[in-house]
Design a protein around this ligand. Structure first.
Ligand code: ATP
Length: 351
């Protein structure tokens, strides 16, 4: 939500949050603001502290240091059930002996809401999650995707200010996962609830998140929109973790010209001279059939729907350089063929 001055309203403020388990530093001084109604993803490799961070927000883990503010209130003294946020577990944790409707009603009945209010809220939530037709089934009569929707509906029906989701799509196969990614985003939008989701899947975060945070070894490396992080990664780790990135070794001279394998171009920003590695995305490299550019040989061609990704072996990169082309362009190339690689200087990163 944006106020009259165009500022985003912060719903969740995390300040210098720290968590150690004996000698292990799981979360190392994370400071972060999450905005009202945004879809926020916590992303990072296994063991980077994502789940621990989420569990501290939910109140299942006590911070070793730092603070968490929800709508301006320090929530440290509140037990999990008193926090206006709800954690949806990876395992769904549905009650097997209850129908879908009873699974949804249970939490509201515990809050002693009037029967008519429970019915109204459950009906509304069943409708938004497309579960009305399945309301009288039990969990073992549902598919994986349907169970996932019930778990989500059960969390939404309580109308938390923030919904925390730990790898919510982890148990689903690829196709269903992709469908549910869009579904989750639609539901978040319709429900008007802030979602904080933990995932180790960068593609999933790129598809769903309004903004995302990249964590490594308990530390926050970068926060931004998917575009910002994809187009302006702040270091080599982030560049490599999000999307495909090629790393090409060479040298920068005093004038700021980068040279590699007899090919050179002026870098957009001045850099100190010396050995350097540039990072370039597969879609900003062009191929030439002539002698210009970095010389290489096509080692493989991978089909990605409408696109082709050509793998090009060179002397200046450890891994084959990946170049994305259209199917039409791809027709002109074959494995074993020599090519030149031309880099768009404006689109390369130097770390
Ligand atoms: P994954 O994607 O594999 O679930 P993660 O990013 O969620 O990983 P966490 O589960 O938060 O990572 O764990 C962060 C670090 O803290 C890891 O080194 C882990 O081994 C450690 N850790 C987590 N919980 C405990 C615990 N209860 N006791 C000891 N160490 C723990």
């Amino acid at each position: 939500m944006i106020d009259a001055e165009g500022r985003h309203e912060t719903i969740l403020k995390i300040e210098a949050l720290h968590k150690t388990f004996g000698p292990v530093v799981a979360v190392d001084g994370v400071t972060l603001e999450i905005r009202r109604n945004e879809f926020f993803a916590l992303l990072g490799p296994s063991g980077c502290g994502k789940t621990t961070l989420l569990r501290m927000l939910a109140g299942f883990e006590t911070p070793s240091g730092g603070a968490i503010w929800l709508s301006g209130q320090d929530i440290a003294p509140l037990p999990p059930e008193k926090r206006p946020l709800n954690l949806m577990f990876q395992s769904y944790a549905l009650f097997p002996h209850m129908t879908v409707r009873q699974n949804l009603s249970y939490g509201l009945e515990m809050e002693r809401l009037p029967k008519s209010e429970v019915r109204k809220r459950v009906d509304e939530t069943l409708a938004t999650t497309d579960l009305t037709a399945l309301a009288d089934r039990k969990p073992d009569q549902l598919s994986g995707g349907q169970k996932q929707r019930v778990a989500l509906a059960r969390a939404l029906v309580k109308r938390p200010k923030v919904l925390l989701l730990d790898e919510p799509l982890g148990a689903l196969d690829k196709k269903l996962r992709e469908k549910m990614q869009l579904e989750l985003k639609r539901l978040q939008h319709e429900a008007g609830i802030t979602f904080v989701i933990v995932t180790h899947d960068q593609e999933e975060a790129l598809v769903m998140a309004d903004r995302m945070a990249i964590l490594k070894d308990g530390k926050l490396l970068q926060v931004g929109t998917p575009e910002e992080i994809y187009e302006a990664p702040q270091d080599r780790f982030v560049a490599n973790f999000i999307g495909i990135m090629n790393f090409i070794a060479g040298d920068i001279d005093r004038d700021g010209t980068f040279s590699t394998d007899g090919y050179s171009f002026a870098l957009p920003a001045k850099r100190p001279p010396g050995a350097a590695t540039i990072a370039v995305r597969p879609e900003v490299i062009r191929l030439s059939k002539g002698a210009d550019g970095i010389s290489g040989t096509i080692s493989a061609i991978a089909y990605h729907g409408l696109d082709r990704v050509l793998h090009v072996a060179t002397k200046v990169s450890d891994a084959p350089v990946q170049v994305r082309v259209t199917a039409e362009e791809g027709r002109h190339f074959a494995p074993g063929q020599p090519v030149g690689l031309l880099v768009d200087p404006a689109k390369c990163h130097v770390f």
